[in-house]
Design a protein around this ligand. Structure first.
Ligand SMILES: [Zn+2]
Length: 170
């Protein structure tokens, strides 16, 4: 019972954090450290996948998919799409994903963002010893070809942004 109360208290707290983030894009240092501690609690990491398009026999980079992945349990049998803690992990990932577009300084006209929370889905990752995890995808599309250096700069900005939250590439 106590555990349950603590959990819902922490969800309320998170809701308050999300509202705060919505109101002001500049996160406070208290908020930063709260998010960082959740990131480490849920072992959040990121992966990225370049997205290509084939036109006239030529392969062209059209954007990136950045995946934020987190897990709250090492129980291999934990596959419950209705689990409130998985839901909480997902909401943390979503809040971080939602901050990203505002934090990147590269020309915003050049980019389109699309966030997919894969709600109600759980993945089992061999990289995590088949632990169950939830994930959020951030699709960053390049509206036009900006050249190799733009793409490199963009990826570096994404890395820097995620590093600031203590999220590392895996
Ligand atoms: Zn769960």
């Amino acid at each position: 019972m106590l555990v349950k109360e603590l959990r819902s208290e922490s969800e309320n707290e998170w809701q308050a954090i999300c509202n705060l983030v919505d109101r002001c894009t500049m996160a406070t240092s208290a908020l930063n450290s709260r998010v960082q501690s959740l990131v480490s609690e849920y072992g959040v990491f990121w992966q990225f996948w370049p997205q290509f398009e084939q036109t006239h026999g030529e392969r062209r980079l059209v954007g990136f998919e950045v995946e934020l992945i987190g897990s709250h349990t090492s129980d291999l049998n934990h596959v419950d799409p209705a689990c409130p803690t998985c839901h909480h992990v997902r909401s943390v990932l979503l809040a971080i994903a939602g901050l990203m577009p505002g934090e990147l300084t590269l020309s915003r006209n050049s980019l389109t963002y699309n966030i997919d929370s894969h709600s109600n889905s759980i993945i089992c990752l061999p990289a995590l010893g088949s632990r169950s995890a939830v994930w959020v995808s951030i699709y960053v599309f390049l509206n036009r070809a900006n050249g190799q250096s733009f793409e490199t700069d963009l990826l570096n900005e994404i890395k820097t942004f995620l590093n600031r939250w203590g999220i590392h590439q895996r």
